[in-house]
Design a protein around this ligand. Structure first.
Ligand code: NAI
Ligand code: A1CAB
Length: 276
């Protein structure tokens, strides 16, 4: 627990709420967290759900020791412009925005501001998140420790060079969506094969969870685990043959290259359009 410190979540949408609710589950108290959102209905919703004080961006920036910025990349410039003149001296700014590079953020803030860039993911909602963090030019080890402590409340945290962040975004940031896509496809397949939808869903979700646990707990390579399921001339071999014929592996590589490129593009758009 970061005693005597106030944390502000600026932009309490899906990911902002994920951070806020995770800290409360981990034992932070509502008086240690303030939040902002530009939508009044959202402000009310969050205040009623969590009891945290909803304030303006300027109030949050003036009061908090840790400012967690969780707006869309295209909304970053307006927000940073608003908070820069009133930022509490010594405050740490933590950005969760995809694509937006640390140098662009630092350029919008008072000289010397400590900035840490984070790529989180939504499984943090059930304390199984994966977050990668990168230090800015003025962030010191204690800043990284603070961010690690905050994100450890909802999952695992890795420190990586900022040059990895576009690839990290493509793999673990967007990753839950690919796995949900696979789950959707497998459930549809189950229904196609004549299973009731609820039974197909139960079979697929538990198989996904169990497979992830097997990977984590055995530490075995996925190829080894896959080979253990694949009996010679059996059902799994027949299915994998279809996936290979349809170039599913190549499609995954192509998909993640596209996500990486989009992350790079978001940063370029932001710079060109003056978003940050
Ligand atoms: N949703 C996800 O799985 C992930 C999202 N991210 C990043 O998190 C950021 C937010 O994404 P989401 O939560 O999905 O979007 P969202 O649209 O759910 O939340 C953004 C929130 O910011 C608020 N907002 C916008 N401008 C504001 C301002 N000037 N002041 C106060 N509030 C403002 C909006 O009203 C909205 O509630 C993005 O930059 C995204 O790249 C990163 C990793 C995963
Ligand atoms: O789709 C997006 O741009 C955000 C970043 C990673 C996950 N969601």
């Amino acid at each position: 627990m970061t005693e005597g410190r106030l944390l502000a979540v600026l932009g309490a949408g899906v990911m902002g709420e994920t951070v806020l609710s995770g800290l409360l589950r981990a034992g932070w108290t509502p008086d240690q967290i303030i939040a902002t959102d530009r939508r009044p209905d959202r402000q009310l919703e969050l205040h009623e759900a969590y009891g945290v004080r909803m304030v303006s961006n300027a109030e949050a920036a003036a009061q908090a020791d840790t400012i967690v910025v969780v707006v869309k990349p295209q909304d970053m410039r307006a927000l940073l412009t608003e908070i820069a003149p009133v930022l509490k001296p010594g405050a740490l700014v933590v950005s969760l925005a995809a694509g937006v590079d640390i140098a662009s953020i630092e350029a919008q803030l008072p000289e010397g501001t400590a900035v840490v860039r984070v790529m989180p993911n939504t499984p943090a909602q059930v304390d199984e998140g994966m977050a990668a963090i990168s230090p800015g030019a003025h962030s010191e080890p204690h800043h990284l420790e603070r961010v690690t402590e905050i994100l450890s409340a909802t999952g695992r945290v890795l420190t990586v060079p900022e040059s990895y962040q576009d690839a990290v975004t493509a793999i673990s940031g967007s990753g839950p969506a690919y796995l949900f896509f696979v789950v959707e496809a497998m459930i549809e397949a189950g229904v196609h094969l004549g299973l009731p939808r609820d039974i197909a869903t139960e079979l697929v979700v538990q198989t996904m969870l169990g497979s992830a646990k097997l990977l984590r707990e055995t530490g075995e390579h996925p190829t080894v685990l896959r080979e253990r399921v694949t009996s010679p001339g059996g059902t799994t071999a027949a299915a994998i043959r279809q996936l290979e014929d349809h170039k599913v592996r190549a499609a995954f590589i192509g998909a993640m290259e596209a996500a990486r490129d989009r992350s790079r593009q978001l940063a370029e758009d932001a710079r060109r359009n003056g978003s940050v």
